[in-house]
Design a protein around this ligand. Structure first.
Ligand SMILES: Cc1cc2nc3c(=O)[nH]c(=O)nc-3n(C[C@H](O)[C@H](O)[C@H](O)COP(=O)(O)OP(=O)(O)OC[C@H]3O[C@@H](n4cnc5c(N)ncnc54)[C@H](O)[C@@H]3O)c2cc1C
Length: 240
């Protein structure tokens, strides 16, 4: 999958029990913490959460907002970061701004770094524009664009050498420079992001991001992921 990476920095350790506890407090007379030794196992909690909150379109999503996962997303094009950052409810971001960094762009200019490690271009292949018209991105065209990226990096290097600030010189490089970010999300907001960014008309690279997030989501909240897969995954079920 290109050079794209998604790594888990941290995550709520017992997410399905956490959701269960929140759900249980909704109707339990007792203080649920005092009953913690009787809470169902992580697996059983997952089953109960599905049965009582989500099954049959119940849509009682609130308790799913408690467990958090923090992801490090890397080597995605700038445009993907822009798209993902439009999601703002239940998510928080820290993104490289290129105000404080830029050494790797200079490394491309001086031949120390592979241009493809720093700039993203789509793979060679057949594509379709928004009106359905087909076109080919050939090896030769792609090579021209790689040369363009190198030229942009060289201009950046020149301007930095003339004393420009990074935030000024960054405006000269090609748009889809690779960018890294940290995003935290809760189980609900992450599913919403998958709803919108894994559907067929989402940008290719955003879909790839979702593909990389998915196994981490499955490993973290398996019962919720199974429910999501059966009911929403790639079905373009959108909230209002
Ligand atoms: C295929 C695709 C193409 C897109 N193209 C563009 C584009 O060209 N330009 C562009 O600017 N954006 C574009 N977007 C972004 C889109 O308009 C949304 O801003 C983005 O998807 C964030 O999703 P969200 O509104 O669900 O926000 P989230 O932060 O994910 O919010 C979750 C949910 O909370 C509720 N909510 C959040 N904020 C509010 C609010 N202020 N008021 C009321 N309810 C709220 C809504 O129910 C929302 O669905 C595109 C998105 C997709 C999926």
């Amino acid at each position: 999958m290109d050079r794209f990476r998604v790594e888990v920095i941290s995550k709520t350790p017992n997410p399905q029990q956490t959701i269960y506890a929140a759900m249980h407090q909704d109707y339990a007379e007792a203080f649920v913490w005092d009953q913690r030794h009787d809470w169902p196992s992580e697996e059983k909690a997952g089953e109960l959460v599905i049965r009582n909150l989500l099954k049959g379109g119940r849509g009682h999503f609130g308790p799913l907002e408690h467990p958090q996962i923090v992801l490090n997303c890397g080597f995605f094009p700038h445009s993907t970061m822009q798209q993902i950052r439009t999601h703002r409810v239940g998510l928080s971001f820290d993104v490289q701004s290129f105000r404080y960094t830029g050494a790797r762009i200079i490394d491309v200019a001086s031949g120390k770094a592979d241009v493809e490690d720093v700039f993203y271009l789509r793979p060679v292949g057949s594509y379709t524009d928004r009106q359905g018209k087909k076109y080919d991105y050939t090896e030769a065209l792609r090579q021209e664009d790689l040369d363009w990226c190198i030229a942009g990096a060289r201009r950046y290097q020149t301007r930095i050498g003339q004393g420009f600030s990074e935030e000024h010189a960054r405006g000269l490089i090609p748009f889809d420079v690779r960018q890294h970010w940290v995003v935290s999300a809760n189980a609900r907001s992450l599913m919403h992001l998958l709803d919108l960014r894994w559907k067929a008309d989402a940008q290719l690279e955003a879909q790839k991001l979702c593909e990389a997030i998915w196994p981490e989501f499955q490993a973290w909240v398996p019962a919720i992921a199974q429910w999501y897969e059966d009911n929403r995954l790639k079905k373009a079920r959108l909230s209002p």
